[in-house]
Every structure is written in structure tokens, then in C-alpha cells.
Design a protein around this ligand. Structure first.
Ligand SMILES: C[S@@+](CC[C@H](N)C(=O)[O-])C[C@H]1O[C@@H](n2cnc3c(N)ncnc32)[C@H](O)[C@@H]1O
Length: 187
């Protein structure tokens, strides 16, 4: 069966190239940071954000053990402050919302009051022909509400500026789903 969350990478690879700038807005254990770091290579740059110092430690270890190029900047700050750290247009961004799998601190889940401002800012940071991927986990209450709020916001964005696609399992409403926000290529 299709690995739905694994599909995110296929879409990101349609946009992200060697030398580009990418952002992991929810670093966690750094699996997405490793993917972004390897994709943009030594001439690119990856910023990654998390509010848990433990996430930075395990991501750093993951990046080193995965032999990633040293192109990464790990920031212990909330993702709604990303624009204070990232000054260049980005080619790809990833939000994997929810809480760190395996962690017993589920209260450190992403929350609507910071997720929506962070996603708005991230969309504003996209360069041309860029992509933002937002994975939502509606199986827990905050995730469900986060998803509803995000979809309402995405529906309000102009189709002439953004292509917005939702990928979800239609026969499993509580399963994770993701949304792609793509900007146009200037001709
Ligand atoms: C589902 S996990 C991310 C998994 C990660 N992408 C990976 O590959 O391991 C969600 C992460 O978001 C982090 N988080 C929660 N609120 C945040 C915020 N306001 N800013 C940045 N990160 C936040 C949590 O600490 C947690 O590590």
C-alpha cells in the first residue's frame, strides 16, 4: 500500500535541487532535516526549528551519523519566529505537525496558536517554483482542530498565486494527511 507520508518527498523533489535553501519547521528527531540536507547538498542550506532542546541534540546526532554535508542550522525556537532566522527565499519547507513519536511529553505537540502564524509566514517565505508541505495528524484532538483551521486558511488563498493540493486516505479520516502549497514558476 502507498506510504502516504513518504509521498511528501516525491513532491518536494519536484522542486528542490542542489544548492537550494530549505526549512524543516518541526525538526523532531531530524528525519526530514536529513532528507532536506542531503537533497540540497554542500552548496545548499537547511534551517530546522524545534522548541525542545532534546530535538536539536538527536537531530545533530542523526545528521552526523547519516553523513550529511555540514549545511544545516538547528534553531531552538518556535517556528512562528522562523522569519527572524531565515532571510532568503526558500525552495521547500516541511511541517510534520503533532508530537514527537515515542516521546512522553505529548503536551509539546504543535498548537493552533503558533501553527497558523508559522504556516502563514512560511508561505510568505516561499520563492518561485517552491513548495511547502504540511502534514497533519487528526487522530488526536489538537491535531484535528489544527487541520480544520489550516484547511479553512488554505481555502482562502488565491488559486492564481498558489496551487494547493490535499492528499488523504478517503476511507480513514483519522489517518495523517498532508497539504502541498506550491508557488508558480515565473516565465
Ligand atoms: C511530529 S514531530 C516532527 C518529526 C520530525 N519531522 C522528524 O523527522 O523526526 C513534531 C515536532 O514539532 C515540535 N514542535 C512543537 N511545537 C513547535 C513549535 N512551536 N515550533 C517548532 N517546533 C515545534 C515538537 O517538539 C516535535 O518535535
Amino acid at each position: 500500500m502507498t506510504d502516504l507520508l513518504g509521498l511528501q518527498k516525491k513532491f518536494i523533489l519536484e522542486h528542490l535541487r542542489e544548492g537550494d535553501v530549505a526549512v524543516d519547521f518541526t525538526m523532531g528527531n531530524g528525519h526530514d532535516t536529513v532528507f532536506l540536507s542531503k537533497t540540497v547538498g554542500g552548496s545548499g542550506k537547511v534551517y530546522a526549528f524545534d522548541i525542545q532542546p532534546d530535538a536539536l541534540a538527536s537531530t545533530e546526532q542523526n545528521l552526523i551519523e547519516s553523513s550529511c554535508p555540514f549545511n544545516w542550522h538547528l534553531v531552538c525556537a518556535s517556528h512562528d519566529r522562523a522569519d527572524e532566522y531565515v532571510k532568503e527565499p526558500i525552495k521547500a519547507g516541511m511541517f510534520n505537525l503533532g508530537y514527537l513519536p515515542g516521546a512522553n511529553r505529548k503536551q509539546l505537540t504543535t498548537k493552533r496558536e503558533t501553527t497558523l502564524p508559522a504556516v502563514r509566514k512560511a508561505i510568505g517565505m516561499l520563492g518561485e517554483d517552491a513548495v511547502l508541505c504540511v502534514a497533519v495528524y487528526p487522530g488526536h484532538e489538537e491535531g484535528r482542530l489544527e487541520g480544520l483551521e489550516l484547511i479553512k486558511y488554505f481555502e482562502s488563498l488565491s488559486r492564481f498565486e498558489y496551487g494547493i493540493t490535499e492528499i488523504r486516505m478517503v476511507n480513514s479520516p483519522e489517518s495523517p494527511f498532508f497539504v502541498l502549497i506550491e508557488t508558480k514558476e515565473k516565465k
